[in-house]
Design a protein around this ligand. Structure first.
Ligand SMILES: Nc1ncnc2c1ncn2[C@@H]1O[C@H](COP(=O)(O)OP(=O)(O)OP(=O)(O)O)[C@@H](O)[C@H]1O
Ligand SMILES: [Mg+2]
Length: 403
């Protein structure tokens, strides 16, 4: 697949820009702060409806404007899809597909598939577990857009259950201090009747969506492991092997009747069994949850362990090793998406400047055959010769084709 046209209105630094694009390699070159990343960020947004740089949409809208519009013409085989997104911070986005409105903006997720490599990727290796969960969940959504719904449902249930737990924690403290009236008022304010039975309803919701997400992540990690290992070995030949392991907050099942130790959930655990485990794990931690007012088990507490040799990558790997690991995770995502059908569009934001010459060449060789590769670089020399292609200069809000 490739993007044939990108048009931005009030997106980031651009008031209006129109870009015709072709398959093959295209480089955007220009000094710092001129709007190169803004272009690839816009395409990433069409694919995932989120930015790799900011958690909320506010900064995506040009300062002083009320909304941004991103239009892209996507060509897959011989079919064309015109996807238009209106970014409305604080309100629901709106989307049109081939000029007809769709009922929910997320219905157009997945029409464009991208893999974005960016300096921020280093956080997948060095940063908090949330960065690695996001890597997994973004990839789930890219492979099967219905996971956008599963993820949104899980987040919603988590939020509502969290609110209930906080009310309950507050009421408990009130009751302990003998202020019964205050405790009753806290529940009344939350619209909750009997808090424990309400909590059970949310436990069931959480276990259901949580198990679906968990099962998908466990299977995904199995699929990724050999691909990440191979990509890392290709980028850093002779290095210690890498390891990938899903660390689940849902505890191992208890010992079976024959006394065998229980094992943690893995890709072989069925979705229903996961749901059951999640539900009983929630029951076990209930009193600590009521004490602290937060949900203590579930996919939102999990991590993807990354190992290099005998050590965890986080906290131990060198800067260069961490970079190779981050690249290997993205390349593995690219392999998986490609195996599902059709090349995703590759977006390489400022990555070559970070790499030594050998890894630069390896990465260039791996991505060169892709149907479309868009690269940003501050100086033209940062674009490897293997990736010679079309070029746009980006300066002062103008994007000008020079080759
Ligand atoms: N919402 C916004 N409204 C107006 N300008 C914005 C907005 N968001 C970002 N900018 C401007 O866009 C510019 C950054 O653009 P971008 O990140 O694309 O730069 P770049 O060309 O990739 O630079 P570098 O080479 O440093 O990575 C900054 O000058 C910033 O002030
Ligand atoms: Mg940039």
């Amino acid at each position: 697949m490739h993007v044939a046209h990108l048009s931005l209105t009030d997106f980031r630094s651009y008031d209006a820009v129109e870009l015709g694009l072709e398959p093959g390699v295209t480089a955007f070159v220009g000094p710092n702060g001129q709007g190169k990343t803004n272009l690839v960020e816009a395409l990433g947004y069409v694919a995932t409806q989120s930015s790799h740089r900011v958690a909320a949409d506010g900064p995506l809208v040009r300062h002083g404007a009320a909304r941004a519009v991103v239009r892209s013409l996507i060509v897959r085989d011989d079919r064309r899809a015109l996807v238009e997104l209106e970014v409305n911070p604080g309100r629901a986005n709106r989307a049109r597909l081939n000029r007809s409105p769709v009922s929910r903006a997320r219905d157009v997720i997945g029409l464009l598939r991208t893999v974005l490599f960016a300096p921020e990727d280093l956080a997948m290796v060095k940063g908090d577990p949330s960065e690695r969960r996001r890597y997994l969940d973004d990839l789930l959504v890219a492979r099967a857009p219905r996971f956008a719904g599963v993820r949104a449902d899980y987040d919603r249930v988590l939020k509502q259950r969290g609110a209930l737990l906080r009310t309950a924690a507050q009421a408990r403290r009130g009751a302990r201090a003998g202020r019964r009236a205050e405790s009753d008022a806290a529940f009344a304010a939350a619209g909750a009747g009997d808090p424990l039975s309400t909590l059970e309803v949310w436990d069931a919701h959480l276990a259901r969506c949580g198990a679906e997400l968990l099962a998908a992540r466990l299977a995904l990690v199995e699929a990724l492991r050999p691909l990440v290992t191979a990509s890392y070995a290709a980028l850093a030949p002779g290095s210690a092997p890498v390891d990938l392991d899903y660390r689940c907050s849902v505890p191992a099942a208890g010992p079976s009747p024959d006394g065998a130790e229980g094992s943690p959930p893995d890709a072989g655990t069925g979705r229903e069994a996961l749901e059951e485990r999640l539900r009983s794990a929630l029951a076990e931690v209930r009193s600590s949850e009521l004490e602290r007012g937060v949900t203590l088990v579930g996919p939102h507490r999990d991590d993807l362990f990354l190992g290099l040799g005998d050590l965890p990558a986080r906290g131990y790997a060198s800067h260069g090793e961490s970079w190779s690991f981050a690249l290997a995770l993205r390349l593995a995502a690219y392999d998986l998406l490609r195996a599902d059908g059709g090349d995703p569009v590759l977006l390489l934001d400022d990555v070559f400047a970070e790499l030594d010459s050998r890894r630069r060449r390896r990465l260039a060789e791996i991505v060169a055959p892709a149907e479309q590769v868009l690269i940003t670089a501050a100086v033209a020399d940062d674009v490897p010769v293997e990736l010679a292609g079309a070029r746009f200069d980006v300066a002062e809000g103008n994007v000008t084709r020079v080759r």
